[in-house]
Ligand binder design. Structure first.
Ligand SMILES: NC(=O)c1ccc[n+]([C@@H]2O[C@H](COP(=O)([O-])OP(=O)(O)OC[C@H]3O[C@@H](n4cnc5c(N)ncnc54)[C@H](OP(=O)(O)O)[C@@H]3O)[C@@H](O)[C@H]2O)c1
Length: 244
């Protein structure tokens, strides 16, 4: 399992140059030439529910004794993916928006491997009861909760910007004054916190994949905002305050 997780991490890093030059064509970056399209809502539901089902099934059938900390890992994963697969798609505004089937398919494939790796690891490895008091667990949980709160707040704020008059508007307030994509920053913090408190290679690989996916995407969003809004706040960074 270690070798698979290491190879999976290496793939995430190897694909970064590609992600920096080819922005995944969904949301504001959707464009022609990527084959048939499906509705955004159906796409998000289909690709993200894979993570919920595969992880939950493997965790629950795994033979490891489930200590309290293992149930905290399970609750965090399930809460995140209930939101992403079952709530987020119904909050999207813009009923007629679509994404390429190829994007939904490749995300579902990614989620199968990622949820499989994390589900097998947490289903088959027992954590001692004392892990709840380990500083890695405590700090990781705090980071996960802060990241999730930022991600949820920023996603909600962005979705409420859409009106019948304007497809996109300039986001303002809170962390939007520091970075263009606080939702992506929140997601990176979330899975970094998950990796810290699980302290295993599978969770680390997910944190690396999240950063490898979302930092290039946030850079593309940032360039898009600067091109679209001439008065875009010059001090605002893409995803890491004051840095990037
Ligand atoms: N873990 C991972 O690897 C991973 C990978 C991808 C995404 N995600 C997560 O999935 C969520 C969605 O990602 P995303 O890249 O699609 O986020 P996004 O581009 O920021 O969009 C989020 C939502 O807000 C809308 N929106 C964004 N900016 C807007 C603006 N200025 N005015 C009006 N509406 C706006 C978008 O509409 P449109 O869709 O029509 O643009 C979309 O419905 C995020 O929470 C992200 O962290 C995670």
């Amino acid at each position: 399992m270690h070798a698979v997780a290491l190879a999976w991490m290496a793939l995430a890093v190897a694909l970064v140059p590609l992600q920096l030059f080819v922005t995944a064509p969904y949301g504001r970056h959707v464009r022609g030439g990527w084959g048939p399209r499906i509705s955004n809502r159906l796409g998000w539901l289909a690709m993200e529910s894979v993570s919920l089902v595969v992880f939950a099934a493997l965790f629950l059938i795994g033979p490891a004794h489930k200590s309290a900390s293992a149930w905290v890992f399970f609750a965090a994963w399930v809460a995140h993916y209930v939101n992403r697969a079952l709530v987020f798609p119904w909050r999207l505004r813009g009923r007629d928006k679509t994404m390429p089937l190829a994007i939904a398919g490749s995300a579902a494939l990614f989620n199968t491997v990622n949820a499989g790796l994390n589900g097998v690891t947490l289903g088959w490895i027992a954590y001692p009861e004392s892990w709840l008091a380990d500083p890695r667990f405590v700090l990781g949980l705090a980071l996960f909760i802060c990241g999730a709160a930022l991600n949820l707040w920023a996603d909600g704020r962005l979705m409420r910007l859409r009106t019948p008059q304007a497809d996109y508007a300039l986001p303002r307030g809170g962390m939007f004054e520091r970075v263009s994509c606080p939702n992506h920053l929140g997601e990176i913090l979330e899975w970094s916190g998950f990796a810290l408190r699980c302290w295993n290679l599978a969770a680390l690989s997910f944190a690396i994949w999240t950063a490898a996916n979302l930092i290039p995407r946030a850079l593309s969003h940032h360039r898009w905002y600067e091109a679209r809004f001439p008065a875009y706040p010059p001090a605002r960074k893409a995803v890491i305050p004051w840095l990037l």
